[in-house]
Ligand binder design. Structure first.
Ligand SMILES: [Zn+2]
Length: 510
């Protein structure tokens, strides 16, 4: 039993015996929570589901080496100016890669997937998501970030999620949350995530997070981050993690270093990340004493294109100039920033300084993690603010965002900020095939008159027909592949029950 998972224990030479045994405890509990599915030897052992009628015509072995198939006759939005767009175009995939994009491709021997009535485009990239909180979905929908002494701050993230609930997380809670969150975003067409889960209470917790990410069969950047309590050994687990999980860069899961500027030791963490060639991810909120921090970091020579600043709300103009000069990435979580009082999402500040933002979902305890919500939020917000300035008589205004702009933030810029542009972000021959087929012939979208407009202003998760990651089909004709949702939901609900009870927090259903 548990061959794939338990087999990893032999790689933990030098770890205290206590860690080995607690890891086995977690695996035992995980196996009992998920039932027989977890012990199967199929590629996704926790997920294997009974064969379904609607998966019968699923092409076999997609993503396998040399396996070729053709997405035929869709409206292709490549997001690569060199490739262009096609009202009726084809995408040829071989193994994990895109081989060709264009009209009327000839591909002898390739399986054909009919994409008529579909928009074919790159998968979305979420550059900041705390996936470990999935069992707490909608728990804090009305909450703020923290009690800032201003009105309305009583129910807030810092007090409830950070201080009360996160410390009681067990490895199996992190595992099931990571897995379900990954699958949920796959279902919505978000093929890549930068997972900023801050629940590394012990190495076993960290392993559980990585296991959940791996088993979902999605592309992810795991941001190595500390947890709390006596078992937290951050950053001293980095070498083990690198050798155990990240020895190859030719895999769906890659590594980044968590270097939160809220932590007094962050300069040390940044140095460790850079010594190991890792990108560095940190939150940055100007209204919490960080309005000019980036200026200070620039004067110390610490900025660079390997940094990602999450939120970057309410920071100084000089900070933006420094970010632009350094090439550092920015991740804007617009719906969360608006709801939780991080300050105005800094879209216009970024654009005014020549910085292209990426988009991120942050926490599902307060907002959905689907990217149609992301794109519509930044599209409507930026235009509302500029339109208001126009009505008020201002001239020389910035451009209004277009639908194509926000799709670019959600794909090309997301890939750049995740440092995965060489693999994903556009439908470019040679890149890996992370591709969405979106139904444009459905009741909420037809007739199709403008492709970017349909994606941004009309579509939702129900239009995500087929999702491909690294050439492998993970959602097919509206249904996730290899997922036993009833089993996963039961485990997630049990985790939720434990977390709230252990934290002494009431669920308020109404
Ligand atoms: Zn965050």
């Amino acid at each position: 039993m548990c061959q794939k998972l338990c087999g990893n224990d032999s790689n933990h030479a030098g770890e205290p015996a206590k860690e080995g045994s607690s890891r086995r405890d977690f695996l035992g509990k995980g196996a009992s929570a998920l039932g027989a599915a977890v012990v199967s030897s199929t590629p996704l052992p926790a997920l294997a589901a009974p064969a379904r009628d609607d998966l019968r015509d699923l092409p076999k072995d997609t993503g396998a080496s040399h396996r070729r198939y053709l997405l035929k006759g869709g409206a292709v939005l490549s997001m690569d100016p060199q490739v262009g767009n096609f009202a009726q175009g084809d995408v040829l995939i071989e193994g994990k890669q895109i081989v060709a994009v264009g009209p009327n491709l000839h591909a002898p021997g390739a399986a054909v997937i009919n994409a008529a009535g579909m928009i074919v485009m790159p998968g979305f990239v979420d550059t900041h998501h705390h996936q470990y909180q999935t069992a707490l979905r909608s728990f804090l929908s009305d909450g703020l970030l923290f009690n800032d002494g201003l009105p309305h701050g009583e129910k807030n993230y810092l007090d409830y999620i950070h201080f009360k609930i996160t410390p009681v997380f067990r490895p199996e809670d992190a595992y099931i949350a990571e897995l379900v969150s990954s699958l949920s975003q796959l279902d919505a067409g978000v093929t890549t995530v930068v997972d900023t889960s801050q629940v590394g209470h012990t190495p076993t917790h960290t392993d559980a997070v990585i296991q959940g990410l791996q088993e979902a069969g999605r592309r992810a950047v795991f941001v190595y981050s500390p947890g709390s309590g006596p078992g937290n050994i951050f950053p001293n687990d980095l070498q083990r993690l690198q050798s155990q999980y990240f020895s190859s860069s030719d895999q769906l899961l890659t590594l980044a270093m968590g270097g939160e500027v809220f932590d007094p030791a962050f300069r040390t963490y940044w140095a460790i990340g850079r010594q190991n060639g890792l990108p560095i991810v940190t939150h940055l909120v100007g209204s919490i004493g960080q309005a000019t921090l980036v200026e200070q970091l620039a004067s110390e020579g610490l900025l660079g294109p390997d940094l990602v600043f999450i939120h970057a709300s309410k920071i100084s103009d000089a900070s933006w100039q420094a970010i632009a000069q350094s090439g550092a990435g920015v991740s804007v979580a617009a719906p969360i920033e608006m709801v939780m009082r991080h300050g105005m999402p800094p879209l216009q500040s970024a654009l005014d300084h020549g910085v292209q933002p990426s988009l991120s979902t942050d926490v599902e305890c307060t907002m959905t993690a689907d990217f149609f919500t992301q794109m519509r939020s930044v599209f409507t917000l930026q235009r509302a603010l500029i339109n208001e300035r126009a009505i008020n008589g201002e001239t020389n205004l910035p451009e209004l965002l277009t639908c194509r702009d926000v799709i670019r933030f959600a794909t090309v810029e997301g890939a750049r900020v995740a440092r995965l542009s060489h693999k994903i972000g556009s439908l470019t021959p040679g890149k890996e095939a992370d591709i969405l087929l979106l139904r444009a012939d459905s009741v909420n979208v037809a007739p199709l008159n403008n492709v970017p407009g349909a994606v941004v202003t009309l579509m939702d998760r129900s239009n995500v027909d087929t999702v491909i990651v690294g050439g492998r089909i993970r959602k097919w004709r509206g249904a996730l592949v290899d997922v036993n949702w009833a089993r996963l939901r039961t485990a997630l609900e049990a985790s939720r029950d434990y977390l709230l009870q252990a934290a002494g927090v009431q669920r308020e259903l109404f």
